[in-house]
Write a protein that binds this ligand. Structure first.
Ligand SMILES: [Zn+2]
Length: 376
């Protein structure tokens, strides 16, 4: 028989994944008796990790069951998201609910100024939730190594230490925004239950990740998933990463600007939103630019599906807008690029369910997964 501590871990994880789970369902999941569940739950309530709802009628002759959820004074993780133009910090309890939130815009500038602002927000939320904040997950718009250092060419950041957001925190973990969105889709979004899920996210450039059974396939150094830097774009275009012809430069806001004959935008995400709004309003040149980016998107997805054989492809960020406005353009090049054997039942390409929430949900999940391993 497993030790009680194993059951407490499994039960906490189950409530985190399925908040509102009843005590009876938890017992079935853990394959333990109702008496044992009651014992484990009592321990977790005492430890201020879980709370039980009022009794629910079961309809049967058994004892009424109760719903399990986060304790109102229980542990919290912070999820900080740095994007090219904005930042936010969410305080997230067991089960994934945000209980407090701070956000703002930052001018593109020295990393220290942006990190200072976000570090203040982290400190404010810790003060607002005294003694409860146990971990910090950070989403950053660039290549993150050692779960700590980010290179974000579009912001001019190199080797920036993200742990500066909470210098004396003992559980701080950072990762790339597209990678975290991929995990979020696999855990709580459109790829839940997939054996192999491919997530692509267009922001400034294109990133993504491959998630197998809920676990990230991160590469030998944890910096895999840079699908946007496959040379599927125009070889005459140099990418901020230093290479030529990157796929990301054919699908993001910079691609829309080139197609429209505009200068390279300082804020490619805002620029892209403006162009997609114009395309939706029926402006022909904006629609043509969106169509060309969508065709480039479909072509690359076909290559990745041929190579990787995922169950589902989720597309987030600007990619969601491309699917909504020019889904037929994405689909045409996608199907055209698929191997014949894959065409009869092509892998579905679907919008990410979490939308703009992907990075924050992923950052919170990453922090919670680490914290759960340390609780109670
Ligand atoms: Zn590149």
């Amino acid at each position: 028989m497993a030790a009680v501590s194993d059951h407490t871990q499994t039960l906490l994880s189950a409530v985190h994944t399925h908040p509102g789970l009843t005590r009876a369902e938890a017992g079935r999941r853990l394959r333990i008796s109702s008496g044992r569940v009651a014992e484990v739950v009592a321990g977790l309530v005492d430890a201020r990790l879980l709370t039980e709802g009022p009794p629910l009628a079961t309809g049967g002759r058994g004892r009424p069951t109760r719903r399990l959820s986060a304790h109102p004074e229980g542990p919290i993780v912070l999820a900080a998201v740095l994007s090219h133009e904005e930042w936010r910090v969410d305080a997230v309890e067991l089960g994934g609910v945000t209980v407090a939130h701070l956000a703002g815009r930052h001018p593109t500038g020295p990393a220290q100024a942006v990190l200072g602002t976000v570090a203040d927000a982290v400190a404010q939320l810790r003060a607002r939730l005294p003694g409860r904040v146990r971990a910090l997950g950070i989403s950053a718009p660039g290549l993150v190594t050692d779960e700590r250092f980010v290179d974000a060419p579009a912001l001019g950041w190199e080797g920036v230490d993200l742990w500066a957001l909470w210098p004396d925190g003992d559980l701080v973990v950072a990762d790339n925004d597209a990678t975290l969105s991929a995990l979020a889709e696999a855990w709580r979004g459109a790829a839940t239950g997939a054996r192999l899920a491919l997530h692509l996210r267009i922001d400034a450039g294109l990133g993504g990740a491959l998630v197998e059974g809920g676990r990230l396939i991160g590469g030998a150094r944890g910096v895999g998933g840079e699908f946007g830097h496959m040379p599927l774009g125009d070889p005459a275009v140099r990418c901020p990463c230093g290479a030529h012809g990157c796929w990301g430069t054919a699908v993001d806001g910079s691609a829309l600007a080139r197609a429209l004959g505009d200068p390279s935008p300082h804020d490619p995400v805002t620029f892209a939103h403006r162009v997609t709004a114009r395309a939706q309003a029926g402006e022909a040149d904006a629609r043509a630019a969106v169509g060309a980016a969508s065709q480039a998107l479909g072509k690359g997805i076909a290559g990745l599906v041929n190579a990787l054989d995922p169950d589902v492809v989720t597309v987030g960020g600007l990619g969601t807008d491309l699917l909504a406005i020019a889904g037929e353009d994405v689909d045409a090049t996608y199907r055209d690029g698929l191997m014949r054997v894959r065409r009869e039942t092509p892998t579905p390409v679907v919008p990410a369910a979490l939308g703009e929430e992907g990075p924050v949900v992923g950052a919170a999940e990453r922090a919670w997964q680490r914290l759960l391993a340390r609780l109670p």
